[in-house]
Design a binder for this molecule. Structure first.
Ligand code: ZN
Length: 316
C-alpha cells in the first residue's frame, strides 16, 4: 500500500509587502509564481504561491501578504527555516547572486554529508536556506535560471522545539515519517529520504518562544494522495486524541489542519487537483484567480489590491 503521507506539500508564511515578496521569490530566487489569489478566509490580501513549473507538491512556498503586519520572532514552537534544494556545483553562482542583490547571508557550512548550507533571510526576515546537494533528481523551474543553477524545489524545514520527542512521535506514528539522521540537537525525519521531504527537529530549550507575525511560518503542509487517503490520516490524528479540522476546500487541494504537540500548525493537503484547474500550464500565476464564491466581489477586491508585476529580465 502507498504511504498515506508522501512528503512535504508546502510551507505557508506571513509577510508584508506583496511586491517585495514577488521580487525576492520570483526574481532573486527564480521560482515560478504559480498562483496569484487571495486569502480565502480573509480575501482583502494576496495569497501568492511559488514553486516549480506546475507547482508540484514539495516545491511550494506560499504567502499571505499583510502590509504593515507586526514583525514576528523566530523561536521554539515554530518552523524557523525553510530550505531550498540547489545543485552542489552552483554554490559560486548563488554566492555571487546574493551579493549582487545585496542579500546578507551566513558563510557556507556542511551540515550532513554532501550537504552545504547557506542561511539567509528574505525582506521580512523569514529564515531561508539554500542547501547545495547532489541527490536531487527534480528539474525545478528553469524559466529564469538555467537547470545547473535553478532551485529544484524545497529541501526541507527546520523546526525548533523544547524537546523533539513528542513531535517525532506524531511524525512517526501518524504521519509515516522515520528517523533519517541525527547530529547534536538535530533530528531529521522524512516520509521518504530525498530532497523536498526533510523535517529537522532541533531541540532548543534555551531559546525564547517564537511569536507569530510577519517573517514567520504559519504552517507546514504534508502531502497525501487524495481525499480517501486524507480521511485515513484524519482518522489516525483523531485516534491520537488530537482535533483535526473538517476537510476544507482550498481549490487547488483540500486540507485538514491540527496542532502538533509543540504548538506548530500542521496541515495535510491532497496532491490533487493542482494549479491547472483554473489556468493553462503556460499561464500559471498571470491573472488573479478567485474561488467561485468570491467571484461576484471580484471588481471590489481587485480595486483594493495593489497591482502586482515584475520585470523578470532584470533578474537574469
Ligand atoms: Zn497550507
Amino acid at each position: 500500500m502507498d504511504q498515506l503521507i508522501s512528503g512535504i506539500h508546502h510551507v505557508k508564511a506571513l509577510s508584508g509587502n506583496a511586491k517585495k515578496n514577488l521580487e525576492f521569490y520570483a526574481g532573486i530566487l527564480g521560482l515560478r509564481l504559480v498562483k496569484k489569489t487571495v486569502n480565502f478566509d480573509a480575501p482583502g490580501v494576496y495569497h501568492l504561491y511559488y514553486g516549480d513549473d506546475i507547482g508540484n507538491p514539495g516545491s511550494l512556498i506560499t504567502f499571505f501578504l499583510y502590509e504593515g503586519l507586526v514583525t514576528g520572532r523566530h523561536g521554539k514552537g515554530m518552523l524557523n527555516t525553510t530550505s531550498f534544494s540547489v545543485p552542489l556545483p552552483s554554490i559560486g553562482f548563488w554566492t555571487e547572486r546574493l551579493k549582487r542583490f545585496k542579500i546578507p547571508c551566513k558563510d557556507p557550512e556542511e551540515r550532513f554529508q554532501n550537504e552545504i548550507v547557506i542561511y539567509l533571510e528574505d525582506m521580512d526576515c523569514l529564515g531561508i536556506e539554500l542547501v547545495f546537494n547532489d541527490k536531487d533528481n527534480r528539474k525545478g523551474y528553469t524559466g529564469l535560471l538555467d537547470e545547473e543553477q535553478a532551485i529544484r524545489g524545497l529541501y526541507g524545514v527546520e523546526i525548533w522545539e523544547e524537546g523533539y520527542e513528542r513531535t517525532a512521535g506524531l511524525l512517526t506514528a501518524q504521519l509515516n515519517h522515520r528517523l533519517i539522521s541525527e547530529k547534536g540537537n538535530r533530528f531529521r525525519y522524512a516520509a521518504e529520504d530525498s530532497p523536498g521531504n526533510y523535517v529537522d527537529l532541533v531541540c532548543s530549550p534555551e531559546s525564547l518562544k517564537g511569536l507569530s507575525g510577519s517573517g514567520t511560518v504559519h504552517h507546514i503542509a504534508f502531502a497525501t494522495k487524495d481525499k480517501n487517503s486524507q480521511q485515513l490520516v484524519r482518522k489516525k490524528i483523531m485516534e491520537r486524541s488530537m482535533n483535526p479540522t473538517p476537510v476544507l476546500d482550498r481549490k487547488y487541494f483540500s486540507s485538514i489542519y491540527f496542532r502538533e504537540p509543540g504548538g506548530i500548525l500542521f496541515e495535510v493537503a491532497t496532491e490533487i487537483p493542482g494549479f491547472e484547474v483554473d489556468e493553462d500550464p503556460a499561464d500559471l500565476g498571470q491573472d488573479l484567480q478567485l474561488p467561485g464564491w468570491l467571484e461576484k466581489g471580484r471588481q471590489k477586491l481587485e480595486s483594493e489590491l495593489e497591482p502586482l508585476s515584475i520585470h523578470l529580465k532584470s533578474y537574469l
